[in-house]
Design a protein around this ligand. Structure first.
Ligand code: SAM
Length: 456
């Protein structure tokens, strides 16, 4: 097998990252696109002794599980890459991948994986989406989504089935406004230009919407008019702001300048209200997050008097939901603005038995253990909800040293979940259940709530 060679490969599966997997001459072939059941012709891009990587040239025989793509941009777009795979098949694959990952990377012989919880909505489920600006060939600004596999090429969207219809209306309005007013789009490689991203957050439960324009400079023609006209598109638009990102980092965040409203909108989850501002973390599928949090609360099995520690707490969503059924809940979060939000959320919901510590989970646990930070807790239950990288080995060790009765692990990456569960079980914990949730239909993402218990 050589680079550039054309191969015919039957696709048998998907891997955790979403690549299609087939076999050729005893070697595993990872293909950028393709669905289980397809027979595809691919061009080899990398050939190793045990595996190869390849690019899809054409689908020779389509999978019986293929359905017509509902989105007109399906061919070009980098998002929703499984929208052509029957949803039930997507679920089946995600549930199986969770189980297989726990066996392979976690060394857990027969993991107690529950049936995957399907998303309540298959489309329009995202409450937040980021769109990128880029100069077109003619220099005019373009605003849209990334082309498949290209960080520096975007296409203008006519529609998008992941966010709300209002989100799409705001994007299309801004596309026209930017062109009519000669806004200079930022180029991600040349680092020239002004407008960089447009982020729209439209929260489905309260219906509130916030719009953020991210730019390298505040000098933007008719900026206030744009903000006013965006707000006039719908009474749902409560906040419009400019986020100034003068750095070279291509991230949709920066110093906030409020243009309309107070900069804050509110979502309701588990019966509580949560403030959300510019860049604060909030699960992007509100309704399914509600179900995920309910499962985490059930797993915590609180009786009303316990002390609960919530590591990686963001703006305090889980911490406050836990506090309602506990004696005390303590949230730990590395982004200080998020802990500020969390405190405001506690006050907004009249919750007095929650407190928040700003700091890296590992450092906070170490300082408590060494008596270098006051009010070290002795939690009966620990909840963790880390980013994709999972837990640092020292965090696993410190949590186990606290000897909580239960550990509830909310994960957005089955691979690091498997590794960390293996480490907890090596420290005397038993894996009681792993419940996969589909928060992001048509994408490879899998969320899980796992419960570990200690015998005594
Ligand atoms: C997946 S989010 C979970 C937030 C929250 N549980 C929720 O559902 O809204 C992970 C959070 O961990 C925070 N974080 C990342 N690294 C951290 C660290 N080393 N220590 C503490 N918090 C961290 C992030 O800022 C983010 O708010």
């Amino acid at each position: 097998m050589q680079v550039n060679e054309l191969l015919t490969v039957p696709i048998s599966d998907l891997e955790l990252g979403g690549k299609a997997v087939g076999r050729h001459d005893g070697r595993v072939v990872f293909v950028d696109r393709g669905l289980p059941g397809d027979q595809v012709v691919v061009r080899v891009t990398r050939a190793k002794r045990t595996f190869a990587e390849a690019r899809l040239e054409r689908v020779e025989r389509p999978s019986p599980d293929r359905v017509p793509a509902p989105c007109p941009h399906a061919e070009r777009c980098g998002g929703c890459r499984f929208q052509e795979l029957r949803y039930e098949r997507q679920l089946e694959i995600k549930e199986r991948l969770t189980r297989e990952t726990l066996v392979r990377l976690g060394g857990i012989a027969s993991p107690p994986v529950a049936a995957i919880v399907p998303a309540p909505e298959r489309f329009h489920y995202r409450n937040k989406m980021e769109f990128s600006f880029q100069p077109g060939e003619d220099g005019a600004p373009r605003l849209g989504l990334h082309e498949r596999g290209a960080f520096d090429r975007i296409f203008e969207i006519e529609t998008c089935l992941l966010p709300s219809p209002l989100t799409v209306e705001i994007v299309r309005f801004t596309q026209r406004f930017a062109r009519d007013h000669g806004w200079r789009a930022y180029h991600p490689r040349r680092h020239e230009g002004v407008v960089r991203f447009l982020t729209v957050r439209h929260l489905p439960i309260t219906g509130e919407c916030a719009v953020h324009l991210v730019a390298a400079d505040g000098e933007i023609a008719a900026l206030e008019t744009w903000a006013r006209e965006v707000a006039a598109l719908s009474p749902a638009v409560r906040a419009v702001s400019l986020l100034l990102n003068r750095t070279r980092a291509n991230v949709a965040t920066g110093e906030e300048r409020v243009l309309v409203g107070s900069g804050v909108i509110v979502e309701r989850l588990g019966g509580l209200e949560f403030e959300v501002s510019g860049t604060a973390f909030l699960q992007t599928n509100s309704r399914q997050a509600d179900a995920l949090y309910a499962r985490a609360l059930e797993a915590a099995s609180l009786e009303g008097r316990e002390c609960v520690l919530d590591l990686y707490c963001g703006t305090g969503t889980l911490t406050l939901l836990l506090a309602r059924s506990a004696g005390e809940a303590i949230g730990v979060e590395s982004v200080p603005e998020s802990t500020e939000h969390a405190r405001r959320n506690a006050a907004r919901n009249h919750i007095a038995n929650a407190r928040f510590e700003a700091g890296e989970a590992r450092a906070v646990l170490r300082e408590w253990a060494r008596g270098e930070r006051p009010r070290a807790p002795k939690p009966e239950v620990v909840v963790v909800d880390p980013p994709r990288a999972g837990l640092h080995a020292r965090v696993v060790a410190r949590v186990a040293e606290l000897q909580p009765r239960r550990i509830v692990y909310v994960s957005c990456n089955p691979a690091t979940l498997a590794r960390d569960l293996r480490d907890f079980t090596a420290r005397g914990y038993t894996l009681a259940e792993v419940a996969p949730f589909d928060l992001f239909p048509h994408t490879p993402h899998i969320e899980c709530v796992a419960l570990l218990t200690r015998a005594t």
